[in-house]
Design a protein around this ligand. Structure first.
Ligand code: SF4
Length: 146
């Protein structure tokens, strides 16, 4: 995995950041967007839903580039959001690494802006710098071109 951040560099989150998802769904709805899923995630989610993979792809996903995204309803809400994430244990990497995404952490200002949208920020366990860097790298690696 390509390191996206340099671990021995100083960041505003050197002492860690607190986060615990409150399952409010704010990041699962709103502006339409893509919710990317890998082939492995497709297999796992389809298995969890007891659906055949092809049926799952045709029913719940749409093609994006070389891969797939989970569908949203007309209001931009993920179709798996039903009073909370209904596939939570099998949610895709995109959801598992949120809010520790590069753009959210590239400055303290950005982080404060995200914290106004995500009530889980500032609550619960503290994620250490290394864990945060790993989330950033995992997601950045997944979406990097080529
Ligand atoms: S906005 Fe934050 S607290 Fe709400 S569901 Fe998303 S990650 Fe969890």
């Amino acid at each position: 995995m390509e390191a996206f951040y340099i671990p021995d560099r100083a960041y505003f989150f050197d002492r860690g950041l607190s986060f615990e998802c409150q399952r409010c769904g704010a990041c699962c709805m709103g502006e339409p967007g893509v919710i990317l899923v890998t082939i492995e995630e497709i297999k796992r989610i389809a298995g969890f839903l007891k659906m055949g993979e092809e049926n799952f792809i045709n029913t719940c996903l749409y093609p994006v580039g070389a891969g797939y995204s989970i569908k949203e309803d007309k209001g931009g809400r993920c179709i798996f959001y039903k009073d909370g994430c209904s596939i939570y244990p099998f949610r895709p990497l995109q959801c598992r690494t949120y809010p520790f995404w590069f753009n959210n952490l590239r400055s303290e200002e950005n982080w404060h802006a995200v914290s106004r949208e995500c009530p889980g920020i500032g609550k619960g366990m503290t994620y250490g710098k290394e864990e945060i860097l790993e989330c950033i790298a995992l997601w950045a690696d997944f979406i990097k071109p080529g």
